[in-house]
Structures are given as structure tokens and as C-alpha cells.
Design a protein around this ligand. Structure first.
Ligand SMILES: [Zn+2]
Length: 341
């Protein structure tokens, strides 16, 4: 395959992804900053979505008598399921023939491995490019950089890339390649950033504290900049909240609503105030974990305990446990079929 053919495939996949995101309303307003809910998108495109355990197969796109369907392997982590789902949605959107995908789709990519990429069939390269742009469109990168105040200097730090990947819903490496694709970072920076291990970054956030499932569980660092964010997290994820607190004026953050929603507060404290800064803001630091899968808007309040209604400052987080490992039909489609019976 020639370089020109590669470019044509990338462009075709990218344009189809942009068009579908626009049609589904992801390219404007608040949704620009939200991770793309690819399972929901498959449902909204009218395809049946099924989860099943397989040994090697990652996913498949099927078409029969005008009806389309996508199958995903429950035996893979959610991030991999999301990428496979976007790849299969690419086959559907680009009107490709029915197709089965194995782990090869994870080993190639326009940037990750140019040689293997060129060896793949044009439909595969188009579906790969579709998945890469669909899950991480330019507007999502720009919107999160604005919200979080990330400039190029901060993006060169692995811990910032890790937090970006959680908000994007991609792997750590996926976020690095996304920033390179958008020319936020250079090739040299990409190589440097890929040396960092997410497991070490998680441990650093927890001050070296051991935790179960270090590969499966993520550690979200949440601050006031995440106001209104949709936190779509794995069931074992941990949340480290760092919030400015006007303790000098008697204000404290309260977390009763989180506890009422089933969150356990594992650690609660304040960061030491740097010398010579007495009277300024302190930083409250709590570590929390969801007790069970849930979907809830959490309104955290910073107020004076003796007068809670006097000008409280709030932080709203829309929390949702991300699941994708139950075998069977996508939950919404299952419920719809039940209601038709
Ligand atoms: Zn494919």
C-alpha cells in the first residue's frame, strides 16, 4: 500500500467519525468535553449490541437482512471493549462488509506502527482511523485542556497525561498518541511519555499505599476544575479529591452526600500549609471509593457548619459506574425488548 492510499483511508475514517459525532450532538456545548459513550452511540445508530465471552476474538460486525449488529468480548477490559466497539462502529458507518476482528486491531495504528498499518486491508485502516478519531476527537482534547488549564508544559508530565486519559476514556498510550496527533506534543515527547507506567502513577497518587487490582483500578484526581464533569469510572476505581478550603473563614467541605450515595471515605485530611502562608486557603484531601455500581449527581458543599445555607460553594460531579462485562444484550436494548413482550 502506498502512503497516498494510507492517507486516503485515514481521511475517510476520520471524516466519517467527525460526521457521526456531529449527528449525535457530541461536537458542541457541554458534550464537547465529555468522553464519547460508544455503546450508546451504537444503540443510537440502530445496531444491536451484544456482549459475549470469547477466547481470542475481540469483536465482530454483522449484517443480515438489513439489520446490523456488533458483538464485543466480555473477557477484555472496558478500555479495549470501547476501542473494539468504535472500530466495529466504523465498519458499520463506512458500510463495510461483515467482519470479525482479533487482537491485530490493537497492534497497529497510523502512528503506533506505520509498517503493520500499511499491510492491513483498506477497510481495516479506515475502521482504525474511525475509532481513533471517534473516541478522541480534536474538540475533546481542546475542551479538556481548556477546562483543566493544561498547557504544553503541563501535558509533558505523565501524571497529567494519565488524568487526561481517564477523562477521555482511552488508555494512557491512547492519550499520548492523541496529543501527538493534535500536535500538542512532539514525537520526542511522545517517546519520553510512553516510558512512564500508569501503575507507578497510581501508586504515586496514593503515596505508595498498596491497593488491590492495580491494573484494573484507576485513581482519579478530582479538583474544582471538574465542576459538572461526568465521571464514568470502573467499579474498583479510587477518587482522590483535592479541594481548596477557606478554613480561616470557617468553611469546610462536607461529603455526607457522597457517603449517602454509597461511597466510603478511606482517608480524610488536609495538606500541610507551606510556611509563611498561614491564613490562606488550605487544601482538603480525601480518598473515596464507590461501594456499589451506581449513577448519581453528587453535590458537594463547602459551607460553615453552623450556617450551612450561607453562601455555600458547591462542586457537582455526575458519577456513573462504567460496565461492559455482563454477557448478553446491551442493557437498554434488553429492557426495550422486555417491554415489547
Ligand atoms: Zn475490523
Amino acid at each position: 500500500m502506498t502512503l497516498a492510499a494510507d492517507r486516503r483511508s485515514i481521511l475517510r475514517g476520520m471524516k466519517a467519525a467527525m460526521r457521526l459525532l456531529r449527528d449525535l450532538g457530541y461536537d458542541h456545548g457541554m458534550k464537547r468535553a465529555r468522553r464519547v459513550d460508544v455503546f450508546d452511540c451504537i444503540d443510537r445508530r440502530g445496531a444491536a449490541l451484544m456482549f459475549k465471552p470469547f477466547d481470542k476474538l475481540l469483536g465482530a460486525y454483522m449484517k443480515q437482512n438489513g439489520a446490523a449488529g456488533i458483538i464485543l468480548n466480555t473477557e477484555r477490559p472496558l478500555g479495549m471493549q470501547r476501542f473494539t466497539a468504535a472500530h466495529e462502529l466504523g465498519h458499520l458507518t463506512l458500510d463495510h462488509d461483515p467482519h470479525v476482528d482479533d487482537e491485530q486491531i490493537l497492534r497497529r495504528g497510523p502512528i503506533a506502527d506505520g509498517r503493520k498499518y500499511s499491510q492491513a486491508a483498506p477497510e481495516e485502516r479506515e475502521a482504525d482511523a474511525f475509532a481513533s478519531y471517534f473516541l478522541l476527537p480534536s474538540h475533546l482534547i481542546t475542551a479538556q485542556m481548556e477546562i483543566q488549564g493544561w498547557d504544553v508544559q503541563r501535558i509533558s508530565s505523565p501524571d497529567v497525561i494519565y488524568q487526561a486519559s481517564l477523562r477521555f476514556g482511552t488508555s494512557y498510550a491512547g492519550a499520548v498518541y492523541g496529543f501527538e496527533r493534535e500536535r500538542v506534543i512532539t514525537r520526542g515527547m511522545r517517546q519520553e511519555l510512553l516510558k512512564a507506567k500508569p501503575k507507578d502513577l497510581k501508586l504515586e497518587l496514593l503515596d505508595g499505599r498498596a491497593f488491590p487490582h492495580p491494573r484494573r483500578c484507576d485513581v482519579w484526581l478530582l479538583t474544582e476544575r471538574d465542576e459538572g464533569a461526568v465521571i464514568e469510572a470502573g467499579r474498583d476505581d479510587l477518587f482522590l479529591l483535592r479541594l481548596n478550603e477557606a478554613t480561616g473563614a470557617g468553611y469546610v467541605w462536607t461529603f455526607e452526600e457522597m457517603e449517602a450515595a454509597g461511597f466510603a471515605i478511606l482517608k480524610d485530611g488536609r495538606e500541610p500549609v507551606p510556611e509563611g502562608q498561614i491564613g490562606s486557603l488550605t487544601v482538603r484531601r480525601i480518598l473515596a471509593k464507590a461501594g456499589y455500581p451506581t449513577e448519581k449527581a453528587l453535590h458537594l458543599k463547602e459551607c460553615r457548619p453552623w450556617d450551612p445555607e450561607d453562601g455555600p460553594r458547591t462542586l457537582t460531579l455526575h458519577y456513573r459506574t462504567a460496565t461492559g462485562d455482563e454477557a448478553g444484550l446491551f442493557k437498554r436494548q434488553r429492557l426495550e425488548r422486555l417491554s415489547l413482550q
